[in-house]
Design a protein around this ligand. Structure first.
Ligand SMILES: Nc1ncnc2c1ncn2[C@@H]1O[C@H](COP(=O)(O)OP(=O)(O)OP(=O)(O)O)[C@@H](O)[C@H]1O
Length: 307
């Protein structure tokens, strides 16, 4: 089913996640100081940050599982701290792993959980997702009749994803969704998430440590460091806006040299000019997205310490 709504050309889809000045204090420690971002319908956002940056905390606040200390948070136009059953039925969560229900069979569990969502079906969104269609969408058809405790770790994670999707959520929260996936399962999962966004206009917020995953999957990357969003944009925008310097290496006069520069072409030109034939082993290493990310995190953490 394709439930992506008709949209006037040039019209921006509605805001689904709206977070402003979000703060979270644990004891005397401010984990989130001032987190501000928005997501529109059908957008996939990756929240990237080092260990302990507060990614899970942010997601849990938006899921309504954690009370914030201050600031504004709205999910589908509702404050998650006040969201009732009807609101919850429109959100989906993929938790780290579904440990219970080991004796249940895959299809049986999805049909059972799905039945809770039936009262929340609307003319625009049929709920729940048909179990067999959902099982096919996450690539578990061959395992539909198996008991959950006999599934491999990667297959369990696919089931976790199916559990998060069974109510056909309009917004989906994924906390490190592909941890433990093999490369093939990861690629299939990426395809599934992109399809949800493209065909069903599902808004997705996922946390990850994997820059490559964020780059492949997300329309926008948010970097959380020092309690703030220190960068917000596509991978290409981040690389352009916050590019870490290039590294240039060369030998001259029998010695090896290394320098960093924002303009490696101009730098190399100067080296040729200065050393002529004495210049050797010239290497230019362009800053990668990983370098840009590392530089952003360092800057965010430095700014936090300086406050
Ligand atoms: N209930 C709690 N009480 C006190 N401190 C907490 C609580 N939950 C989380 N923290 C602290 O808040 C900080 C952020 O934790 P959080 O799990 O949100 O980070 P994260 O970015 O998701 O980290 P990771 O990448 O390691 O999963 C950490 O220092 C953590 O120890």
């Amino acid at each position: 089913m394709n439930d992506r709504p008709e949209q006037e050309p040039g019209q921006r889809p509605p805001v689904v996640l709206d977070v402003a000045g979000l703060r979270m204090r644990y004891g005397t420690h401010d984990v989130l100081r001032d987190v501000t971002f928005r997501a529109h319908r059908g957008e996939v956002l990756a929240l990237l940050g080092p260990n302990g940056a507060g990614k899970t905390t942010t997601v849990e606040i938006l899921e309504g599982f954690r009370a914030r200390s201050a600031g504004r948070a709205e999910v589908l136009g509702t404050d998650p701290a006040l969201g009732g059953e009807r609101w919850r039925a429109r959100t989906g969560i993929v938790l780290q792993s579904w440990r219970d229900h080991g004796k249940w069979r895959v299809r049986e569990l999805l049909a059972h959980l799905g039945s809770y969502y039936a009262p929340y079906a609307t003319p625009a969104v049929a709920r729940p997702w048909d179990p067999d269609d959902l099982i096919a969408a996450v690539g578990l058809t061959a395992d539909a009749g198996r008991k959950i405790r006999t599934l491999s770790g990667g297959r369990r994670r696919r089931l976790d994803a199916a559990i998060g999707l069974v109510g056909r959520p309009e917004v989906l929260f994924l906390d490190e969704p592909t941890t433990g996936f093999d490369p093939e399962a990861r690629a299939e999962f990426h395809t599934l998430v992109r399809r949800l966004a493209a065909e069903h206009a599902t808004t997705v917020l996922l946390t990850t440590h994997d820059l490559d995953e964020a780059d492949r999957l997300a329309d926008r990357i948010l970097v959380l460091a020092g309690g703030r969003i220190v960068a917000d944009g596509t991978a290409a925008e981040l690389a352009r806006r916050y590019a870490a310097p290039d590294e240039v290496r060369w030998t001259a006069g029998g010695r090896r040299h290394t320098a960093t520069t924002a303009d490696s072409t101009a730098f190399a030109r100067q080296l040729f000019h200065r050393h002529g034939d004495a210049l050797g082993e010239l290497e230019v290493r362009r800053a990668s997205l990983a370098d840009t990310y590392a530089a952003l995190v360092r800057r965010g953490e430095r700014e936090e310490t300086a406050r």
